[in-house]
Design a protein around this ligand. Structure first.
Ligand code: ATP
Ligand code: MG
Length: 351
């Protein structure tokens, strides 16, 4: 298969972790005779330095032509002064809007060795395999805001179209997994949540093979920590998703392990590890590249339809976490290159 992949390494540890993911994608391409063409472009702080814009026109145009985009991270202290006119994070928001991505996927699996670092009891973490689907374009992030001396407001608004498309994504994804969707809302209080719940019930009628369950966001926050292994696909609106996905990341033991995908209507997607640019460790070769490598696996699965290749990467990462020296964020001594080399070796030994 031929694929046009755009790389946006960005700032901080982004170039280091992205290079690791590219090495893994190249190995997969060689092994399966795929033709992956990589083109690198600037985004975030490094783009501001080079062009004055966080999302240069050339970057935006390249991403709109791509089959998929692999991003490192954006931002850092150099660009965090509020007086700076252009902000690195704006580049990412503009890119998401340009690509029309509305569903943010965050799979959370818990490897037994990493589980030891989680604050949750290991027996509760056995078998955790969650897929969060967070709505990315609506809700209080994008509503009208008001402010006067004595009050402030943030409008939370959702259209049926926005709710339905992200729910359909969640149901479609559940079909390829364990067939369970948990829809999270606050329907006992919020009108947007009542619309969300009604829409979920209506969409579920088209998926008789998928089991739909509703949870209120407050009880879900508790259940994630007490019974995380009971859930499969969890779908929710923008703000609830922001909060719950950070909570869920704690289950995995380290930020450095977790990938994400942002998808729209078609197959094209934006893939990035959930961690930030980690300026405190940038350039030292110690960043854990696994979040980025697993993001490359999601790219193969969701944008290129290469499920077995995606599984090969995930199995290789599990083998490295089983047997190898761990990276620093998991209490070991292995550097970025060590982990990358170990994943490549595990891939070479797989069938
Ligand atoms: P952002 O605002 O971009 O999300 P942040 O400051 O919230 O950034 P990170 O940049 O993700 O968060 O860093 C949080 C902490 O986790 C830092 O101490 C960083 O060194 C560590 N960290 C993040 N990613 C990794 C990684 N891949 N490997 C090792 N440590 C990491
Ligand atoms: Mg952060």
């Amino acid at each position: 298969m031929k694929a046009n992949l755009v790389l946006l390494p960005g700032d901080g540890i982004g170039p280091e972790t992205t290079a690791a993911a590219v090495a893994v994608l190249r190995a997969i391409a060689t092994r399966h005779a795929h033709d992956f063409v990589f083109t690198e472009h600037a985004i975030g702080g490094c783009a501001i330095d080079a062009t004055g814009a966080a999302l240069p026109a050339a970057t935006r145009a390249a991403c709109l032509q791509a089959d998929a985009v692999l991003l490192g991270a954006v931002g850092g202290p150099k660009w965090s002064d509020p007086a700076t006119p252009a902000r690195p994070e704006q580049g990412l928001l503009q890119l998401r809007a340009a690509l029309g991505v509305f569903a943010n996927l965050r799979p959370v699996r818990v490897h037994p060795r990493a589980a030891a670092l989680s604050p949750i009891k290991p027996e509760r973490l056995a078998g955790v395999d969650l897929l969060f689907v967070r709505e990315l374009t609506g809700g209080s992030y994008f509503g009208a805001r008001t402010r006067d001396a004595a009050s402030a407001s943030d409008e939370c608004r959702y259209t049926v179209v926005e709710i339905e498309r992200v729910l359909r994504r969640a149901f479609d994804l559940a079909r390829g997994r364990r067939g369970r969707v948990t829809s999270i809302d606050k329907a006992n209080v919020l009108e947007t949540s009542r619309l969300w719940r009604e829409t979920a019930v209506r969409v579920a009628a088209d998926y008789p093979d998928v089991v739909l369950e509703h949870q209120l966001v407050d009880s879900m926050a508790m259940l994630l920590l007490t019974r995380p292994a009971d859930y499969d696909v969890l779908v929710t609106e923008n703000l609830f998703g922001d909060i719950l996905t950070d909570e869920a990341a704690v289950l995995a033991g380290s930020l450095g392990l977790l990938p994400s995908a942002s998808l729209g209507d078609g197959r094209r997607g934006l893939y990035e590890p959930i961690h930030g640019s980690a300026p405190d460790i940038a350039g030292r070769g110690v960043a854990n590249p696994i979040g980025s490598i697993l993001s490359a696996a999601l790219l193969l699965r969701h944008s290129l339809g290469l499920e077995s290749e995606a599984r090969e990467i995930e199995v290789a990462v599990d083998a490295v976490l089983d047997a190898n020296e761990l990276p620093r964020d998991l209490g070991g001594q292995a550097g970025t290159q060590d982990i990358t080399a170990a994943v490549l070796a595990a891939l070479a030994h797989s069938h």
